[in-house]
Design a protein around this ligand. Structure first.
Ligand code: KG4
Ligand code: ZN
Length: 318
């Protein structure tokens, strides 16, 4: 089954063609990051317009690189939610129009499902799977007992983890998207600032990151008032170690409770070096549990993950 995936939910215009959920025939991503950088975050109206400008060339390039014509495509899979509505609509309308013209079936894909299936590109799933989805807009723990079966065990009650990274980075004077910059700084600093660890109810799998974000802001504001210098590397390290500890602890608890065989990390923050390291150490202590996270280019938004999801959704009639 040759699936053409389309992803325009935020600030990446992406089209990819994947055969049988595994073989990548083409993978084209146009990122708008440098456009939004100067505003300190994604400007929805600008993002939608840029998708309109870029979509056709990204789409044509994907067919060209795969050396295919429309008649070779068996299925179109497009991200329909969640995301910025103006951005989503560009991809949805284009994908559906293409599918209609060429009499190809077009199916809807949840963006978070896509992030989870980014793991399948390089590794098969061993069920039950516990997926930690950590992206710019979401933080969720999801149990999968079989393919295309998702049970949300917990989620953030306020800020998403990526959003917290971006906001904390912004107050430290780092440009958007700040996650990777905070991550790099953290590795050069020490955990010298005391920040809160928010576990909420110990027995649930929900998260909350707005408190730690405010705590970082307080540290900076108080230092300014007292005319003291902030050691940015140390603050980045303290923030990173605190949020990573909560993410790892909750994931490991859930993995134990549900006796999973495979822990998956997905979404932009799965690129985080501190999270990868701590999760690897914690999973190594569990017997018979495998850990996977996508390679860096498949952590952030792409259309390969949407095509892979489409393959499973269609194959299983999910
Ligand atoms: O999954 P993604 O591309 O977008 C959404 O679906 O929301 O994730 C983007 C997010 C941004 O908040 C970005 O700062 C964060 O992922 N991010 C990181 C790292 N690389 C990307 N956060 C922490 N450490 C990183 N290395
Ligand atoms: Zn995403």
């Amino acid at each position: 089954m040759i699936v053409l995936g389309v992803e325009t939910s935020c600030d990446e215009t992406a089209v990819a063609i994947v055969k049988d959920g595994k073989t990548i025939l083409s993978d084209v991503v146009y990122t708008q990051i440098n456009i939004h950088e100067k505003y300190g975050g994604v400007v929805p109206e600008v993002a939608s317009r840029k998708h309109v400008q870029k979509f056709i060339s990204v789409f044509d390039e994907a067919l060209k690189r795969a050396n295919l014509t429309p008649k070779d495509i068996d299925l179109v899979a497009v991200t329909t939610h969640p995301g910025l509505i103006g951005s989503l609509l560009v991809g949805i309308n284009a994908a559906r129009a293409f599918a209609l013209c060429h009499k190809i079936k077009c199916i809807d894909i949840n963006h978070l499902t896509g992030h989870i299936y980014a793991n399948y590109i390089e590794s098969d799933f061993e069920f039950p799977v516990m997926a930690l989805v950590v992206s710019g807009g979401h933080t969720e723990l999801i149990l999968m007992e079989k393919h295309y079966d998702f049970k949300i065990l917990g989620q953030t009650l306020d800020d998403a983890i990526g959003e917290a990274y971006d906001k904390v980075g912004r107050v430290m004077g780092l440009s958007y998207p700040a996650g990777v910059k905070v991550d790099n700084l953290a590795f050069t600093g020490k955990h010298s600032y005391k920040l809160p660890l928010v576990y909420l109810d110990k027995n649930d799998y929900n998260f909350s990151f707005s408190g730690i974000k405010s705590a970082v802001l307080n540290v900076i504001n108080q230092a300014k008032m007292k005319n003291e210098d902030i050691i940015v590397e140390d603050l980045a390290c303290s923030f990173q170690e605190s949020v990573v500890q909560v993410l790892v602890d909750k994931t490991i608890n859930a993995a134990k409770e549900y006796n999973v065989k495979h822990i998956i990390m997905a979404g932009g923050v799965a690129a985080n070096k501190g999270l990868r390291k701590s999760m690897s150490e914690a999973v190594a202590a569990l017997e018979g549990v495998k850990l996977t996270y996508p390679s860096l280019k498949y952590c952030t938004d792409n259309a390969v993950m949407i095509a892979v999801s489409g393959y499973f959704k269609e194959k299983l009639n999910a």
